[in-house]
Design a protein around this ligand. Structure first.
Ligand SMILES: Cc1ncc(COP(=O)(O)O)c(C=O)c1O
Length: 485
């Protein structure tokens, strides 16, 4: 897996990639005191409006991926700017073990109500990894309080990502991301089953129903292997984000997995850090991409604050909230900046903008346009990219484009050991378009396959969608033409 692939999420610095190509797009930057999480020095942003970011070197780039599917309403939205300023004037900080605050209370109520009965309570943290770490602890606390202390095991999936702390790296499974830290990870409590990725792992002769049943049986077998009453829960990203590149599960998958959890009294847990809070065109991804099945516990982050503040949240059902309230009565988990008033005020304003500007339907509409244009441009019979465009997948404004160079046409290309996803990312950046280009999606070892991710803000315009697709396709085609033998 390349540093291009890892830079967005785990900062690994594995070797072979197109580091020079990316460095070249960074321009002549002065040395920095920051220890970069990429092998190259990123250009410096100075200001931003909507999806446009002005850089210190005078360029203006289009952010076609919201950073990492974060900036869901773009930069500089006046409603959010005003809310942040007003909150600073009111109260900037209180510690939530001593005092709660108004925006935190209002945001919690909004989030709980957003589940239409699915959620009864919520807790705040400062980002996605913290949210998933908190999910692990909340789920364990639930069984600790409800007198099932023997439940210590989590079952998650291969090719998943749940964060960069040691706990969340152990919970998730991607060999390259875990690599350096493997000796420090807990292997006793965290277990893994296959990803739900039909395009890569469904057998050719298998129907979708049979594939789902195979995955259900595998989960049930894992419960049996561990001892069904030792399992705390099954954990999955509703739509897999960075590792495999926007992969929704086959229809009926979540229903099947939840049935196993229910059978053995374990929890059904969803990580919607990347796919949630509107990104898929519904506020919660499970409403549209998870068989409509609400989880017992859910993590949200990126789109919650839209990049205006570092914030994440853990949402829980009545069962979980009661299990804890009726026994010990409080959540045994905290950080200094939990429920930060300014972060909550910013996040509340972002969520109000999404509602007031009807951005979930914009997200659906522009997503359809983005997907239609990508299909037309990349898969048309005369497109040079068509033989290598393996899959265009996603929903809302979260799209993955997977490329494959194992077919007969690939002999005409030599990427000189570099990874296609990284080359496209670099090429797009040289054309002032920010995208994510990654590798390692095509096998469970995470060593093969290339994909790019597009995830612009929900208020992106028609014209901007056309511009994004135009520059992206141009970048793909130019890389192909440069590396043709
Ligand atoms: C599904 C998922 N969970 C957790 C995280 C970790 O979030 P953060 O980077 O905010 O810590 C990410 C980040 O990309 C993610 O995609």
């Amino acid at each position: 897996m390349s540093p291009v692939a890892t830079s967005h999420t785990n900062g690994s610095t594995d070797a072979a990639t197109d580091i020079q190509a990316i460095k070249a797009t960074a321009g002549g930057l002065k040395p920095t005191a920051i220890l970069s999480r990429t092998p190259w020095q990123p250009p410096i942003a100075r200001s931003g409006h909507g999806i446009y970011i002005e850089l210190q070197d005078g360029r203006t780039v289009i952010d076609a991926v919201g950073g990492a599917a974060v900036a869901c309403i773009g930069n500089g939205h006046p409603t959010v700017v005003k809310a942040i300023k007003e909150q600073v004037d009111k109260v900037s900080y209180v510690y939530n073990m001593q005092l709660s605050n108004e925006p935190a209370e209002e945001l919690a109520r909004y989030l709980v109500d957003s589940g239409k009965g699915a959620f009864a309570s919520c807790g705040f943290v400062s980002g996605g990894s913290e949210a998933m770490e908190a999910v692990i602890k909340l789920a364990r606390q639930y069984f600790y309080e409800t007198k099932q202390p023997q439940r210590t095991n989590f079952i998650a999936r291969q090719l998943s990502f749940h964060g960069n702390t040691l706990g969340t790296l152990a919970l998730a499974h991607h060999p390259a991301r875990r690599g350096p830290y493997e000796p420090n990870l807990n292997h006793e409590s965290f277990h893994h089953v296959s990803p739900a990725f039909a395009k890569r792992f469904k057998k050719p002769e298998e129907s979708e129903e049979a594939y789902v049943e195979r995955l259900r049986q595998e989960l049930e077998d894992k419960f049996q292997e561990l001892g069904p009453d030792t399992v705390i829960g099954f954990v999955a990203e509703t739509v897999v984000g960075a590792t495999t590149g926007v992969v929704p599960a086959p229809k009926g998958y979540f229903k099947a997995m939840k049935s196993v959890c229910d059978k053995y009294g374990a929890l059904f847990i969803l990580d919607e850090v990347m796919s949630g809070m509107g990104r898929m065109g519904s506020l919660h991804a499970w409403e549209t991409f998870g068989d409509g099945i609400a989880p017992d516990i859910q993590a949200v982050a990126k789109g919650l604050g839209g990049g205006y503040a570092s914030i994440g949240a853990v949402l829980m059902s009545q069962k979980i909230a009661d299990g804890i309230r009726d026994q010990n009565g409080f959540w045994k988990h905290g950080h200094t900046y939990q429920a930060h008033p300014i972060a909550c005020a910013a996040s509340l304003a972002v969520q109000k903008v999404i509602v007031e500007e009807n951005l979930l339907s914009s997200c659906q509409k522009q997503g359809e346009k983005l997907s239609k244009l990508l299909n037309e441009r990349l898969l048309s019979p005369n497109s040079p990219a068509a033989p290598f465009t393996f899959d265009i997948r996603g929903g809302g404004l979260f799209w993955g484009i997977e490329f494959d160079f194992t077919g007969p046409e690939a002999v005409a290309y030599d990427f000189k050991g570099k990874q296609f996803g990284g080359l496209v990312q670099a090429k797009a950046m040289s054309k002032n378009l920010v995208i994510i280009g990654m590798s390692g999606c095509a096998n469970v070892e995470g060593t093969k396959g290339d994909h790019c991710i597009l995830a612009p803000a929900y208020n992106v315009t028609d014209e901007e969608v056309e511009k994004i697709v135009g520059i992206f396709v141009e970048s793909v085609e130019e890389v192909l033409s440069e590396y043709r033998i």
